[in-house]
Write a protein that binds this ligand. Structure first.
Ligand SMILES: NC(=O)c1ccc[n+]([C@@H]2O[C@H](COP(=O)([O-])OP(=O)(O)OC[C@H]3O[C@@H](n4cnc5c(N)ncnc54)[C@H](OP(=O)(O)O)[C@@H]3O)[C@@H](O)[C@H]2O)c1
Length: 300
């Protein structure tokens, strides 16, 4: 995308902004500490799977520019992408460069290639697509060749190309392996699935992350959007306000953030209106253990 394309998209995004409003929540978003460093990071980040895999046409880019602008209102907000998400890395790179927002973002991507030359080549392509020489977090995607790829990530960290290293998965069956890795290896982040209907990580993995000082990113908080169908047409419970929630999305996000081991939750959206909704979950009271059970029971 050239600067003219970006300005076109930014102009369209300004129109969207006027019609969607901003997050509308006063004060600063809550932040949590990354145990490996003590650095603080906003609790609501953003995924890009599907949502950022678009063409360069201003009409497709404009909502994503606005989604990103809203997210980066809270500085250091996490954007999670991957080389396997179609054009998403390039779109993220173009938007960050076009808005001159790279310094505002905590940028995370992944290595999903086989270890060795393929992984090295993939990292070079990611840097080009993201238009950066350095990312904040590089993760082994879905445990692919995890021993060798983790060694490669550590090499990049030592060389100053990566600030933190991590490992990801999105299915319950990975949790035992991830727990073994957290137990034995030194990693900074784990990215896992956790939602009101997928709580396997709470048994062993999350307590272990807390114990070992590993930051936790939560993917698929809405089960890829499927959870909205489950509550379609249903009124929010009267007590939602007690945990500072005004929407089903906020209840689902605060359910994740109510777990003390969770650092950041990374919902994906293509719409400014939904980003504003999601960002609101980063403010106000968080549910305690009993309130988390009450939220989950709504989806049982
Ligand atoms: N193995 C891995 O490493 C792995 C695997 C899976 C996911 N991830 C990461 O985690 C991120 C999140 O997971 P996900 O994208 O699978 O699913 P998700 O965040 O659970 O759900 C995304 C869906 O929810 C909808 N949505 C978002 N906010 C909404 C709101 N406030 N109200 C109503 N609908 C809303 C979006 O539609 P709209 O666009 O219409 O808002 C989108 O269809 C991914 O994008 C990716 O970065 C990583």
């Amino acid at each position: 995308m050239n600067r003219r394309h970006f300005i076109g998209a930014l102009g369209a995004a300004a129109v969207l902004q006027a019609s969607s409003g901003s997050a509308g929540t006063p004060g600063a978003m809550q932040t949590r500490v990354i145990p490996a460093s003590g650095e603080r990071i906003p609790v609501i980040g953003m995924g890009t799977s599907g949502t950022f895999d678009v063409d360069e046409a201003p009409a497709e880019l404009a909502p994503l520019v606005e989604v990103t602008r809203l997210l980066l209102d809270a500085r250091n907000s996490l954007i999670d992408t991957a080389p396997s998400y179609g054009r998403a890395e390039a779109v993220v790179g173009d938007i960050l460069q076009g808005g001159r927002w790279r310094e505002r973002a905590f940028l995370a991507t992944k290595i999903s290639a086989r270890a060795g030359d393929d992984a090295r080549a993939q990292w070079q392509r990611s840097k080009t697509a993201l238009r950066t020489e350095k990312v904040d977090l590089l993760q082994v995607h879905n445990l692919v060749d995890w021993q060798q790829n983790l060694a490669f990530l550590r090499e990049l960290k030592a060389a100053g190309q990566v600030r933190y290293v991590g490992i990801t998965h999105y299915l319950d069956h990975s949790h035992d392996t991830l727990a073994q890795i957290v137990d034995k290896e030194k990693i900074d982040f784990v990215q896992i699935n956790l939602s009101v209907v997928a709580r396997s990580a709470e048994r062993r993995l999350l307590p272990l992350c807390r114990d070992r000082g590993v930051a936790v990113l939560v993917n698929r908080p809405f089960e890829d959007g499927r959870l909205f169908a489950a509550v379609k047409g249903r009124e929010l419970p009267a007590w939602a306000g007690e945990v500072g929630c005004a929407s089903w999305a906020q209840l689902m996000l605060k359910f994740a953030l109510g777990h003390p081991a969770v650092t950041v939750v990374i919902p994906a959206t293509s719409k400014a209106k939904n980003m504003a909704d999601n960002l609101s979950a980063g403010f106000g009271a968080m549910p305690d253990a009993a309130q988390r059970e009450r939220i989950a029971a709504l989806f049982a």
